[in-house]
Ligand binder design. Structure first.
Ligand code: CUA
Length: 637
């Protein structure tokens, strides 16, 4: 704890410019000491820095002192996409300020926007209201983010969801058949192609009540979903539990860490063997098996399944790694897949260029391992700076270990080489870590996030449930530097940091896509122009549709009449085209409340209550007369 406290004190002084200034001035006055201080700053220090002790931006970067302050009116350099864990959402943070800019409801219900309760999102979520989002990854083209989609897993529901970056709204949710605990996901990186999804929980295959106690019949699926259509293309059936997932940069291989290669169904049974595997999937070979029909069907699903249980072969190779590995990450050069030990203090470096030989049987799977450095107790995930260094999160030690990949490869055959560069205390028990652009070929080595599972004493005491602590670390210099603690509502698992020039959302709703197809289909049926008409349409004995437009600060309908017990569908269109001018619809006493953004349409359905007058109002502040933006629903007996 003392060490932790020491570095926490250090981190409180992270606004070092004033301290450096003081130190620099003293050094200048102190002759020899001053000369050494200048030498340490390097020959390129600006004269300003040399003579007055003021660090130039360039010199500061060299030493690892990026500015993380983003003053009012300035924008962050990175979009940070965070998963929301049990909250079922995705969050967007600005990095380096760590300001939370947006929450995107995905597999949850959200009272503010009506997500999970409005008609379209209920359809998308098939009536489910919760989920567990762990891993966020964006779509790629040519090894870097193309700014089109964000994918996220739902571990609880066994689903893959997608957010469209045009509106930053969830636009697709895919149920994965024969799979429970969908955990690691990763999109292909050469183009927006497949998104590979790992099932963490082995289940009987098929899971229909037979084989409940027969571990032999258990298996897990590595599933390929088309990143454009979001349809399931194929699955590979495998014996062990699949944990994290990664892809190469060529579109040839995907990787999955596997624990429980023993095939146990109890904890004891799962931990028996000393070694588990890194599964390597040969995507073109699997694709070929699928197109040639060398597949099976499992259960009620019509998705083709390649059964790759048992021996290594043309579809799957198993690289032995120390038991219960967790993360697998591919470095920005695309050369290495790095697999973190979790129960072993090592990370295993696999040379991807050797995998063709492994599949061809020219070398053994283990021969693809080119390094296995010791990085600390409980290594989980690895991030990269694009300069050949790796940063591994170490859960039990609560540190981030910075190590050099090339040196680790040297050290594999030469004990005298030490690949470890620096260890930084984090607070406490770090899970995922990720760095700016780390999962792309454009990794830029500026910022690293440590997603700590416990915040303990780092924030004001707010009762038994603590926020997590997402820490911002400057990795621009030789040594890492902790600069910011960020409380996060439970429980982000992972995040990616994306350069801001790669993301271009719309400010006004583009009236297109499957959600609008749905509203247009209603309108067409009723002869309505959504952008002009406000009308009450009776759809039979017990069903009413209310089309209503809004322009600040009025609804086009000041009142409408329905009968008690009617199923009422409100379809509201916001005609304002002004940035940030959202309206919404709240019906008193009816549990109806949703947002309608500029030029958007949304709908929600409810049952009209007892006879009487019910006020509806716009719940979003839109105008000086926002409070007056309301109307009466008159419910007749
Ligand atoms: Cu419209 Cu408030």
């Amino acid at each position: 704890m003392t060490d932790s406290r020491k570095s926490s004190e250090k981190s409180e002084n992270s606004k070092t410019s004033r301290r450096d200034f003081m130190r620099g001035s003293v050094a200048l006055g102190a002759g020899v000491v001053g000369a050494r201080a200048l030498l340490e700053q390097g020959p390129e220090s600006s004269s300003l820095e040399k003579w007055f002790g003021v660090p130039s931006a360039e010199a500061a970067t060299r030493r690892g002192e990026l500015s993380y302050e983003v003053p009012p009116g300035k924008l962050d350099d990175y979009y940070g996409f965070w998963s929301g864990g049990q909250s079922g959402e995705i969050r967007i943070l600005g990095v380096p300020s760590m300001r939370e800019i947006k929450r995107i409801p995905v597999v949850n219900q959200d009272a503010a926007t009506g997500w999970g309760r409005d008609d379209y999102s209920r359809k998308l979520l098939a009536g489910r209201t919760s989920g567990d989002t762990h891993h966020v990854h964006l779509s790629y083209t040519d090894g870097t983010y193309d700014g089109r989609y964000v994918y996220v897993n739902d571990k609880a529901g066994g689903r893959l969801a997608r957010v469209n970056c045009q509106t930053m709204e969830c636009d697709a949710v895919t149920d994965i058949p024969n799979a429970q605990g969908t955990h690691g996901i990763f999109p292909q990186r050469h183009k927006t192609g497949l998104v590979l999804c790992n099932a963490e929980f082995r289940t009987p295959q098929p899971n229909d009540g037979r084989d409940l106690d027969n571990p032999e019949a258990y298996g897990a699926m590595h599933t390929a979903i088309n990143g454009e259509t979001m349809e399931v293309e194929w699955q590979v059936l495998i014996e062990g539990n699949l944990d994290l997932c990664a892809t190469d940069y060529q579109g040839k291989y995907s990787f999955a860490t596997c624990y429980n290669s023993e095939g146990g169904v109890t904890l004891e049974g799962m931990m028996a063997a000393d070694r588990d595997w890194l599964y390597v999937f040969n995507l073109p070979a699997i694709q070929q098996a699928v197109s040639r029909g060398k597949t099976i069907r499992v259960g009620e699903s019509s998705v083709p399944v390649v059964d790759a249980r048992g021996e290594n072969g043309e579809y799957v190779q198993r690289i032995p790694v120390p038991k219960s590995p967790h993360g697998v990450n591919v470095d920005p050069s695309g050369a290495y897949a790095i697999c973190s030990g979790k129960l072993s203090p090592t990370v295993t470096v696999v040379d991807i260029s050797k995998l063709d030989d492994v599949f061809a049987g020219r070398i053994k799977p283990r021969d693809a391992v080119v390094a296995e450095p010791e990085v600390g107790l409980g290594p989980l995930h690895t991030a990269f700076d694009g300069r050949g260094n790796a940063y591994t999160s170490i859960f039990i030690d609560s540190v981030i270990t910075k190590w050099n990949i090339a040196k680790a490869i040297e050290a594999f055959n030469d004990d005298s080489v030490d690949p470890i560069i620096h260890k930084l205390d984090v607070h406490y028990q770090v899970g995922h870590t990720n760095a700016s652009m780390s999962e792309t070929k454009d990794a830029d080595g500026k910022w690293l996030i440590a997603l700590c599972k416990f915040s303990k004493d780092r924030f004001l005491n707010v009762g038994p449930l603590h926020h997590e602590n997402d820490q911002l670390i400057d990795i621009s210099g030789e040594k890492m530097k902790l600069v910011h603690d960020g409380p996060a509502y439970p429980e982000p698992h992972d995040c990616v940091l994306v350069r801001r020039d790669l993301i271009h959302p719309e400010k006004i709703t583009p009236r297109s896509g499957p959600r609008f197809d749905y509203y247009e289909s209603l309108a067409k049926e009723d002869g309505i122009n959504l952008e002009q008409d406000s009308k009450v349409i009776r759809k039979g004995e017990k069903k009413v549709r209310v089309y209503i437009t809004s322009v600040a600060p009025v609804f086009a309908l000041q009142e409408f009449r329905v009968k008690s017990g009617d199923e009422v569908q409100i379809i509201q269109t916001n005609l304002d085209s002004v940035e940030d001018l959202s309206h919404g619809f709240c019906m008193s006493q009816h549990d109806v409340n949703f947002v309608v953004n500029p030029r958007d349409t949304r709908s929600m359905t409810f049952i009209a209550g007892k006879p009487g007058v019910y006020w509806y109002y716009c719940p979003w502040f839109c105008h000086a007369l926002h409070l007056e933006m309301r109307g009466r629903m008159i419910v007749e007996a």
